[in-house]
Write a protein that binds this ligand. Structure first.
Ligand code: KIV
Length: 276
């Protein structure tokens, strides 16, 4: 059985949590993107993306809502299943939607659905210290977890809009402490959204697990962006950290490969994509 698994894709072995840990140790930047369907998953994978997230951003870019709040577990399962069919190498992470992890038992039930029905290899949840028990419970059941800190879009109505987090020293210290505690509780990855460069660097230095940034500066262990933002599909105002990779390319695959290259050689994010 193991021989068969080992032989599959020997040229480009599938990415797993050990690959991601090794990349952090080697200083190789981890290129991540969201995807929501099989056709784009094929392209994102072929471009060399290391990690693909079926984000609850699908509520906005696929379903047309103003926030991620209406997204359900069934929605994520459906899209994760489609994306899983398109991937060969990339590591597949699925988002736990709003109110799907309010206690450890509910979180476990829903994480199992994302893995068994959707084919996810890891689940992501938006959390701080309040989610320690949930992360611990999932980790105890060998569910790989990505903890999302900084700007947490599921909390948009509580925080009053999509804005940069961790700008004052106290908030930055609290976020760093929360990241360490989430790692100690069993999180395998931390994702940091919309924080000043300095905080991105501090959290990345303090943690042993990989830190993936979105608007968190150039010094995190990897970068993630929303697929439709970099392909210039999203209309209207995009966040400061977005770069349009489609504008210099005709084929979407070339634009995606340019993104992966820019993450790998750390030319993205440039100062104009960052917060201070
Ligand atoms: O839902 C999502 O796509 C995300 C990314 C913005 C990181 O959480």
């Amino acid at each position: 059985m193991y021989t068969q698994l080992e032989q599959r894709g020997m040229q480009r072995p599938p990415v797993n949590v050990s690959t991601l840990a090794r990349m952090k140790a080697d200083g190789e930047s981890i290129a991540c993107l969201t995807a929501y369907d099989a056709s784009f998953a094929v392209l994102v994978d072929a471009a060399g993306t290391d990690l693909v997230l079926v984000g609850d951003s699908l509520g906005m870019v696929i379903q047309g809502h103003d926030t991620t709040v209406p997204v359900t577990v069934d929605d994520i399962v459906y899209h994760t299943r489609a994306v899983a069919r398109g991937l060969h190498r990339a590591f597949l992470v699925a988002d736990m939607p709003f109110m799907s992890y309010t206690d450890p038992a509910q979180a476990l039930d829903n994480a199992v659905r994302l893995m068994q029905e959707g084919g996810a290899m890891m689940v992501k949840l938006e959390g701080g210290e309040g989610q320690l028990e949930v992360v611990e419970h999932l980790a105890r059941h060998d569910i790989p977890v990505c903890a999302h800190l900084g700007l947490k879009p599921q909390s948009v109505h509580k925080i009053g809009g999509f804005k940069v987090q961790g700008r004052d020293a106290k908030q930055a210290e609290e976020m760093t402490t929360a990241a360490v505690r989430l790692q100690d509780a069993g999180a395998d990855i931390v994702l940091l959204e919309c924080v000043p460069n300095e905080l991105g660097r501090t959290v990345t230095e303090r943690l042993d697990v990989p830190v993936i940034g979105i608007g968190a500066g150039p010094e995190t262990d990897g970068q993630i962006l929303v697929l439709y933002d970099i392909l210039d599909i999203t209309q209207g105002r995009t966040p400061r950290f977005v770069r349009n990779f489609q504008k210099d390319h005709t084929a979407p695959l070339d634009a995606l490969a340019a993104y992966v290259q820019a993450v790998k050689d750390r030319s993205y994010p440039a100062p104009e994509h960052c917060f201070s």
